[in-house]
Design a protein around this ligand. Structure first.
Ligand SMILES: Cc1cc2nc3c(=O)[nH]c(=O)nc-3n(C[C@H](O)[C@H](O)[C@H](O)COP(=O)(O)OP(=O)(O)OC[C@H]3O[C@@H](n4cnc5c(N)ncnc54)[C@H](O)[C@@H]3O)c2cc1C
Length: 346
């Protein structure tokens, strides 16, 4: 269990910028995201798309924007936890009428904090499960995965990758030199990924370094405690074939789900969280909602609106940690601590 000034749920652009604003006031943060990388929608949905409406930045791709935010928060005190979802928040005490929250992730990391920032966008990105398979998650950690957490997992293993998009192609190429054997399964012999990566994949097939299984879909997983193989169904003929495998990697894309947020007794308007725009607080003392997840009159789902919201919310977070103290205000040009961290001489 760790104590932290602000727990930020979601490492999208607004979550990342929260670290900057908190850092200016000397507050530390932990950022938690279900994805395997920071950047939220920018990194996951449109990394190559240009963004033209970040003030003072005429042009940036979405991934360049995320990289710049990561660079900007480097001087500050924060921890980034990926591949895990915040499942539960609960009040553990209310000393002087200020709630302290306990925040628990799907990997059982637990944090105590006076300030929970829900920067969850449209909800957590969750991997799509293979269709028609009953409870594939029973093999999580014993042969089934939905993202690559460590390439070492596939060393000397018989690996089957499923999918027809960029992730399936990228990881087929990347893991071909690592796994003992590797097969790529897709329901047709056409892919939606980058043509260059598709060519690399097909070169590996020609060199017998990768087996391409089309037109196949998964029929069932074979195994008791861990995966030992799969039955694949030919999409055209319905014929079933059995293949041995130690690891199955399903890369069928992502869904967005509010998931656990629905269970936290936060006032919602549809799929958005209602906030008081003087502080971006929710109905729960010490819980804020910033970025695309919140709702108020005039709300726009834009990055710059989220930046404004979290800047205001962080002021209130400071007041909750330092009751009665004036929130220090200074332009960054006169913030000598920041300049020292950046190595800038003022
Ligand atoms: C195609 C497209 C183009 C766009 N173009 C622009 C543009 O040009 N300019 C602009 O300003 N905006 C644009 N937007 C909107 C912009 O992307 C959003 O406003 C911005 O991403 C919101 O940031 P956020 O940090 O609030 O949320 P998000 O970017 O959605 O990030 C939220 C993160 O929270 C995580 N999360 C949610 N719940 C949990 C949980 N329980 N546990 C752990 N993690 C969780 C999610 O996995 C996600 O990574 C565009 C959006 C799209 C889809």
């Amino acid at each position: 269990m760790k104590e932290v000034d602000i727990v930020v749920i979601g490492a999208g652009p607004v979550g990342l910028f929260t670290v900057f604003e908190a850092g200016l006031l000397g507050l530390n943060c932990v950022l938690i995201d279900n994805l395997d990388k920071p950047g939220g929608q920018c990194a996951e949905l449109y990394p190559e798309k240009p963004i033209y409406d970040i003030p003072g930045v005429p042009f940036q791709t979405a991934q360049q924007h995320v990289n710049a935010l990561l660079e900007q928060i480097k001087p500050f005190d924060y921890e980034l936890l990926l591949n895990q979802r915040v499942n539960e928040i609960k009040v553990i005490n209310s000393e002087n009428d200020i709630n302290t929250w306990e925040v628990t992730t799907s990997d059982n990391n637990v944090f105590n904090t006076k300030n929970v920032f829900v920067a969850a966008g449209a909800g957590s990105f969750e991997a799509r499960r293979p269709p028609n398979i009953d409870n594939p998650d029973q093999f999580l950690g014993s042969g089934v995965s939905y993202a690559v957490r460590s390439k070492d997992l596939y060393k000397n293993k018989d690996l089957i990758i499923f999918g027809g998009g960029d992730s399936a192609l990228d990881w087929s190429v990347e893991l071909a030199g690592i796994a003992k054997s590797i097969s790529l399964v897709h329901r047709r012999d056409e892919f939606r990924g980058a043509p260059h990566t598709e060519k690399l994949m097909r070169d590996l097939v020609a060199d017998n370094k990768l087996k391409l299984l089309t037109p196949y879909v998964i029929d069932s997983i074979i195994g008791d405690d861990s995966v030992s193989g799969v039955n694949l169904k030919n999409f055209d003929t319905n014929e079933i074939k059995t293949f041995n495998a130690d690891e199955l990697l399903f890369l069928f894309g992502l869904n967005k789900k509010l998931g656990p947020i629905l269970e936290w007794n936060i006032d919602l308007d549809g799929k958005k969280i209602d906030v008081d725009t003087s502080t971006y607080s929710t109905n729960l003392d010490g819980v804020f909602a910033v970025g695309d997840i919140n709702n108020y009159v005039g709300k726009l789902d834009l990055i710059l609106c989220g930046f404004h919201e979290t800047t205001i919310a962080v002021q209130e977070a400071y007041r909750r940690i330092n009751p009665g103290k004036r929130v220090p205000f200074a332009y960054t040009t006169s913030n000598t601590k920041l300049q020292a961290k950046l190595g800038v001489n003022s």
